[in-house]
Design a protein. Structure first.
Length: 291
C-alpha cells in the first residue's frame, strides 16, 4: 500500500521530536520556528498547499577535542520513502576531506532499508566516522602551513650604460620601475647606472622593456639573488626608486656630454651597503669625493 505525503510528514515530526529530546541544549538543533507549526497546520487540513520542506541543522561535538561538525538536513515531503538530503560540514575540514566525508555518508544512508527513518542513524555515523577526516585535515593544514613558508628570492640587477640622457628614456625607466614594484635608482649622465631590485620576473621584465628596441650601449654587470623565508621587502637596499643627481662636470652643449662625480656615487653606494659594486661596474676601485 502506497504511503501518503501526510503519513510521511507525521513520521518526520515524530523524528524531530526524538531529535529535540536527544539534543535539548540551545543551539544544538537549528530549526526554523515556523517549520513544525506549518506541517502541523497542513496535517490538520491536508487540502491546502504543501508546507515548506522540513530543514534543520544539528551541531555535533566530535572526538575528545569536541570539534564542531554540523549535519545539515533537508527532507523531501515523501521522506522516509526517499532518502533525505544530508550534508556534513566543519570549519576544520578542507574541501576535499568534506567531499570524501559526505560521499561516504551518502553511501551509508543508501545502504539502509528504504522507508525507515534514518536521521538518528546519520547523526551517529557522523559522530563515529568524522574523526579520521578531521585528523587528515589537520595534517594537511600543517603541510600547507609549511608550504606557505616557501622561500622567496630578491633579485637585484646592476645595469651599466655608456650614458643616460634622453628624457623619454628616463621616463620609461621610472615608469617601468614603478609599475613593476621595483626599488633602486637611476644615475643619469655619463656613465649611466641603474639598479633595480624586486621579484625576479619583474626585474627581467624591466630589463626587457628598457632595452627594447635598440639600446646598444647597455649591459647588466652583476646580479644578486638572496633567498628568504620572509618578505623580500626586508632585503631591499632602497626604499623607493631614486633619481640620482650628483655634481657634474663637462660640456653642457647640444650633446649634454657631462660626467657625473663618481666619488659622490661611490659614497652613495657605501651608504647602501653596496660599495663593492663600484669596481664591478667600472673596473677600478673608486675614491670618495673631497668634502
Amino acid at each position: 500500500m502506497a504511503v501518503t505525503v501526510k503519513e510521511c510528514l507525521e513520521l518526520q515530526l515524530l523524528e524531530v521530536e526524538m531529535l529535540l529530546s536527544m539534543f535539548p541544549k540551545r543551539g544544538e538543533i537549528n530549526l526554523d520556528e515556523d517549520a513544525v507549526p506549518s506541517i502541523q497546520r497542513y496535517l490538520r487540513n491536508a487540502d491546502g498547499a504543501l508546507p515548506p520542506q522540513l530543514e534543520y541543522c544539528i551541531a555535533l561535538d566530535v572526538g575528545e577535542a569536541k570539534v564542531k561538525v554540523e549535519l545539515q538536513v533537508l527532507l523531501p515531503h515523501v521522506y522516509p520513502q526517499v532518502a533525505p538530503q544530508l550534508f556534513a560540514r566543519s570549519d576544520a575540514l578542507h574541501r576535499q576531506q568534506q567531499l570524501e566525508l559526505n560521499t561516504h555518508l551518502a553511501s551509508h544512508i543508501s545502504s539502509l532499508d528504504s522507508g525507515d527513518l534514518c536521521i538518528c542513524e546519520a547523526v551517529q555515523w557522523v559522530k563515529d566516522n568524522s574523526l579520521p577526516y578531521l585528523e587528515n585535515s589537520k595534517v594537511s593544514s600543517e603541510c600547507a602551513s609549511k608550504e606557505v613558508r616557501v622561500k622567496e628570492t630578491l633579485h637585484r640587477m646592476w645595469i651599466y650604460s655608456h650614458h643616460i640622457y634622453r628624457q623619454e628614456l628616463r621616463k620609461k625607466i621610472f615608469d617601468s620601475a614603478k609599475k613593476l614594484n621595483l626599488t633602486g635608482f637611476c644615475l643619469t649622465g655619463k656613465p649611466g647606472v641603474i639598479c633595480v631590485e624586486g621579484l625576479q620576473e619583474n626585474c627581467e621584465e624591466f630589463w626587457r622593456v628598457i632595452r627594447y628596441p635598440n639600446w646598444k650601449h647597455i649591459s647588466c654587470k652583476h646580479v644578486d639573488n638572496i633567498e628568504t623565508e620572509g618578505s623580500i621587502d626586508n632585503l631591499r637596499l632602497f626604499h623607493g626608486f631614486e633619481d640620482l643627481q650628483f655634481q657634474a662636470h663637462g660640456s653642457y652643449g647640444l650633446r649634454n656630454d657631462y660626467h657625473m662625480d663618481l666619488g659622490q656615487f661611490l659614497e652613495f653606494l657605501k651608504q647602501h651597503q653596496s660599495g663593492h659594486i663600484f669596481q664591478i661596474l667600472f673596473g677600478f676601485e673608486g675614491k670618495l669625493s673631497d668634502k
